[in-house]
Ligand binder design. Structure first.
Ligand code: CTP
Length: 409
């Protein structure tokens, strides 16, 4: 179940042209299973009507008219008490000022003042307004009270100028919402490292040897770990995917680079979802190999086995963990197999010293590389196993993260 499903999100929309992005945000939240109640300020209503939000959330949007309606005496109080999160996106300089000073002159600011749930704001305004000492002071006041702040970004502003003041894109705000909701999850206070993507082994400055991995399962794992409140480091090869908001990203290409990145880290758990090469060219040509020189004979050598190396790496060296502590308390691997799935996976579980391995049959059309779904069997060091049905990679990631949390207990 996604972190957003069955969550009650209050989305406050104030008077900024970025209000059009809030419709998309409301739509994404609703599609992810959240119950979204939109509260528009008078100025917000001037940019986009309540009907637009109603169309994407399936629920009527609230305006200041409701402040003076029949349910007025309870509306703002119940909203702020029942919601899991109050998100104000876009949040203008004016609304930020009102929040900072406890001014409650419209349904949204009354609700914010009465709210017992966390508040997340996504500021949107012209650069000069954001940099203004008054706004900066208000921002600091709000942060000191625990209000979460997403953005703003630098870039083109409605004024035609360029500067800091653009509201983050809806996907980014969504990422911040996920972090806010997952803050006290099962992995709160834990650090998780996830590797993702297919490694690239250079033949010459132009050519590489790589594999079909898209990184989707690894990125989904990083997101699921963030959803559970973990501090996440994503060590990734180049992919077409956008890393989840909140993950610290280390970009690598080859097995050697991935190994070196890991040897500089320590964490509660390592999840090796990357499809790392087993072989690499023995020699990398410094110049581009030319056709006129004939068909090259490429000699391969064994690439280091990352999992075996990190699980037996010396402790306390360099920037590694303190002496006496394992570099990674729990280590989880993947087994991509085209035959003898469970036998091969169980051998890898033992030979690589893993706590758990996720075995997937890469010959199935709906599992493995470059598809949205996975069919995984989890094998554990204590000899038990769990067969997961066909599910999305996001769901598979949630299950693996649940087990990671249990293994860490
Ligand atoms: N792995 C690794 N270092 C490598 C290759 C793989 O750490 N050089 C990790 C993978 O990230 C995965 C696990 O080992 O978590 C199993 O990878 P897989 O490719 O299935 O198995 P291999 O050990 O490479 O063995 P084979 O290719 O012979 O099946």
């Amino acid at each position: 179940m996604s972190i957003l499903s069955e969550k009650h999100i209050l989305l406050g929309v104030t008077g900024s042209i970025a209000a059009y992005k809030a419709v998309d945000l409301a739509s994404k939240l609703a599609q992810a299973g959240a119950q979204v109640d939109v509260i528009l300020t008078g100025a917000g209503l001037k940019f986009v009507t309540g009907l637009s939000y109603q169309s994407v959330t399936g629920r009527r949007a609230f305006t200041d008219n409701d402040l003076w309606g029949n349910e007025a005496h309870i509306l703002h109080v119940s909203f702020g008490k029942t919601a899991d999160l109050l998100v104000i996106a876009p949040c203008t300089a004016d609304t930020m000022a009102k929040l900072a000073h406890g001014i409650a002159d419209n349904l949204l600011t009354v609700t914010a003042l009465a709210a017992t749930c966390p508040i997340l704001i996504a500021p949107a305004m012209d650069g000069g307004m954001f940099d203004h000492p008054a706004t900066q002071k208000n921002l600091a006041t709000l942060k000191s009270r625990g209000v979460l702040v997403a953005g703003p970004a630098e870039g083109h502003l409605a004024s035609g100028l360029s500067g800091k003041g653009r509201m983050l894109e809806p996907m980014e705000v969504l990422g911040h919402i996920r972090i806010a909701l997952g803050k006290h999850g099962k992995l709160a206070g834990r650090k998780i490292i996830v590797t993702a993507g297919g490694t690239q082994e250079a033949l010459d400055p132009v050519r590489i040897i790589t594999n079909h991995s898209t990184g989707r399962q690894g990125y989904a794992l990083a997101q699921a770990a963030l959803d559970s409140g973990a501090e996440v480091c994503l060590i990734t090869t180049p992919t077409a995917l956008t890393p989840p908001v909140g993950a610290r990203v280390i970009s690598v290409k080859s097995v050697q680079e991935m190994l070196e990145a890991l040897m500089n880290e320590s964490a509660d758990a390592l999840i090796m979802a990357a499809a790392a090469a087993d072989f690499r060219p023995k020699q990398v040509s410094r110049e581009k190999m030319k056709k006129r020189d004939g068909i090259p004979q490429i000699e391969l050598e064994a690439a280091p086995d990352i999992l075996k190396t990190v699980s037996s790496s010396p402790l306390g060296a360099g920037s590694g963990p303190p002496v006496g502590r394992k570099r990674f308390q729990v280590v989880i691997g993947f087994a991509a197999e085209s035959q003898d799935l469970l036998k091969n996976a169980s051998e890898k579980l033992q030979s690589k010293g893993l706590d758990m391995i996720a075995a997937n049959d890469i010959t199935a059309n709906d599992s493995g590389f470059a598809v949205e779904t996975n069919r995984i069997t989890l094998l554990f060091a204590n000899g038990t196993k769990e067969i997961l049905p066909l599910m999305s990679k996001a769901e598979a990631a949630e299950r693996i993260i649940e087990h990671t949390a249990k293994l860490l207990e």
